[in-house]
Design a protein around this ligand. Structure first.
Ligand code: ADP
Length: 621
């Protein structure tokens, strides 16, 4: 199956501008939203599931024919009864009604069944489209409240709020079939009792506005619920996720979680209540309008019949036709309003696909390393915060250099490598690779230069080999490299104790046979994954924090071998690790306060590094 994101995913500069406008401009007209949403969904669904539209068309034909069976045949029966009363003819009409209704019902049932099967496929398909968008999002946006709210709206908008693609199409096709039916019924009525059209149309306009107001209230309410829904998601996940189990129990967090749960349940109930209160008077008013419509229509038909202006057969036909006319008209209004409503929800999905990317993504090719990196007068605050984490940093990382980065907690060491990897862009200043601003390089290619192991790295709940190589189609050559690297980081033997060895699945999310590696084992696997990536720059952020002293010693011993020929950044609080790096950068007070070799820094009077080294060394002496 081809996963097409349609035009949404080729984000050009011009496109991005338009998209960002689309995102800011919350009050787009209904027509614009309908055009955008139906434009996107019709084209993406047509490309992937053409057959669906043929089935929908079949269902449409059935819906168009169905109301006319009674309108055409009932007057004939009445006429026959009032006239010659030919039994055979009567049976023929009755049989025609039964047979046609039966065939239409069978066809309709079959089409409904097929359409429902497609509904499931569409749900999965658009979930995949959404996932692809999420993983392609600027990293900074994954922490952005507005983006997360938009994601929540997108998920809900595309699922039960709108009924997904099938929900959108249901309304569109109902509207089309109703329009055709309406055309036919209007023709029949106009020739015999045209005032019916005026009465129904007049009251219908009143009902239209009432319904529009009802929908608006509902939609405003859903928008308010998005934050509460996100919190529910977090609480729901936290309460059932076994990884939270220890902390919930040992820190007696159960009551707090349940308290929060009930607090937000109350908040949600209140919001629903508020909506229902606002809607009640309008719903009642709508019912009164309907009563007037029925009263007016039947009064008029009765009047025509009593005055002898229409026959009994025509009277029955007009009663059926008037009912069909007003139901179809109301059906059309409700389909149109549902279309607008569902399109508004689904538009949240489209908006998320269009979520503006803040990061400039250049086109320049990245040439094979090694590379020189330079931080030039770089300052940085995290998005949405005014706190300077780094301020006017200047630092150069030479080709193949091994740089040790030290400093107290919160000094900005990790932030510095996140900026280097372009997970964020600097607030001021720039980072250059081989003399060129890193923003000018192709983003994906630039990312391929780095193999980091962050402190909060995550392994996937797949096979070890898939974690290492991101594919389940592994060549013998790759297998050999994986084996060697796992031996190097000291986890190969442990994996061999499991029946599937290197193909063992991590964690138990999907696989009962999955293993739960310890923190240290996970760290070893993460280091192996970084080494196998064979990138130009290896970044290890506290890589041995979870390792036992023997394992740490092994990593230190083999560090040279592991990063031979590569540039490496090694962040650690264990200052002994600095001795196998070429240079040390000491981060403090938003900047690099000291820079040099171990020998240079350790002998510096009142130096930060010298002090830290002395403090740590006293425990070992
Ligand atoms: P270090 O690696 O030196 O311990 P970090 O670079 O992780 O320090 O963090 C530097 C500062 O930036 C800290 O004060 C931390 O609270 C803040 N910080 C880190 N990550 C984020 C984030 N995603 N959003 C906002 N502030 C952050």
């Amino acid at each position: 199956m081809q996963l097409s994101l349609g035009y949404r995913h080729s984000i050009t500069k011009k496109g991005a501008k338009k998209m960002s406008k689309n995102n800011q401009n919350k009050k787009d007209s209904s027509f614009t939203i309908l055009k955008e949403v139906y434009g996107y969904f019709l084209s993406s669904a047509w490309k992937t599931y053409k057959m669906y539209f043929f089935v929908r068309f079949g269902k449409l034909l059935v819906s168009v024919f169905q109301p006319f069976v009674a309108i055409i045949y009932i007057p004939k029966i009445v006429e026959e009864l009032m006239g010659s009363g030919n039994a055979q003819q009567l049976i023929r009409y009755a049989a025609a009604i039964v047979i046609i209704e039966f065939v239409l019902a069978i066809l309709n049932g079959t089409f409904v069944n097929i359409v429902e099967r497609y509904a499931q496929k569409f749900e999965n398909y658009y979930k995949m489209v959404l996932s692809r968008r999420i993983v392609a999002l600027d990293f900074a946006l994954t922490e952005d409240k507005k983006a997360l709210d938009q994601l929540e709206l997108a998920k809900n908008g595309m699922s039960w709020y709108s009924g997904g693609l099938n929900g959108l199409m249901e309304e569109l096709f109902t509207l089309i079939s109703s329009a055709i039916t309406l055309f036919g019924v209007t023709y029949i009525i106009v020739t015999k009792a045209p005032v019916i059209i005026i009465i129904t149309a007049f009251l219908f306009i009143a009902s239209f506005f009432i319904q529009a107001k009802l929908n608006m209230i509902e939609q405003e309410q859903y928008a308010k619920l998005s934050k509460v829904n996100r919190i529910f998601g977090y609480l729901g996940w936290g309460l059932v996720d076994f990884r939270f189990g220890k902390d919930i129990r040992l820190y007696q967090a159960k009551d707090m979680m349940i308290e929060k749960w009930s607090h937000f349940t109350d908040e949600m109930n209140e919001q629903w209540e508020e909506m229902a209160n606002k809607q009640l008077p309008l719903q009642l008013l709508n019912m009164v309008v309907m009563l007037f419509r029925d009263f007016g229509t039947y009064f008029y038909i009765g009047f025509l019949a009593i005055m002898g202006r229409i026959t009994i057969a025509t009277t029955t036909q007009m009663i059926t036709a008037a009912g069909t006319f007003s139901n179809t008209l109301l059906g059309m209004v409700s389909s149109y309003q549902n279309m607008v409503k569902k399109a508004n929800y689904a538009n949240e999905f489209v908006k998320f696909l269009d979520y503006p990317m803040a990061m400039q993504r250049g086109k320049r090719n990245v040439h094979p390393g090694p590379h020189v990196f330079e931080f030039r007068d770089l300052s940085f605050s995290y998005p949405g915060s005014d706190v300077k984490v780094l301020s006017h940093v200047n630092l150069t990382l030479q080709e193949g250099e091994h740089l040790s980065v030290v400093g107290l907690n919160g000094a900005g060491k990790t932030t510095m490598v996140k900026l280097l990897c372009r997970l964020y862009d600097p607030t001021d200043g720039e980072i250059l690779m081989d003399g060129i601003n890193i923003k000018e390089y192709d983003y994906e290619q630039y990312m391929s230069v780095f193999a980091p192991v962050f402190q909060d790295f995550k392994l996937f709940a797949f096979r070890v080999t898939e974690n290492l190589l991101r594919t389940d189609d592994i060549t013998d050559e790759q297998r050999k490299v994986a084996e060697q690297t796992l031996k190097q980081v000291g986890i190969y033997d442990k994996l061999q104790t499991f029946p599937e060895g290197m193909d063992t699945v991590l964690f138990k999310y999907f696989d009962k046979g999955g293993i739960e590696p310890s923190g240290g084992e996970q760290q070893k696997l993460a280091i192996a994954r970084a080494l196998i990536k064979d990138a130009d720059v290896v970044i290890l952020d506290e890589p041995t924090a979870a390792l036992d002293p023997m394992a740490e010693y092994e990593i230190y011993r083999q560090f040279e071998e592991m990063v031979k020929g590569k540039t490496a950044i090694y962040i650690s609080h264990r200052l002994s690790s600095c001795q196998f790096c070429d240079r040390i950068a000491v981060f403090s007070e938003e900047n690099v306060k000291e820079y040099g070799t171990h020998e240079e820094l350790v002998s510096k009077e009142n130096g930060i590094y010298a002090e830290m080294f002395a403090a740590q060394a006293q425990y070992y002496s």
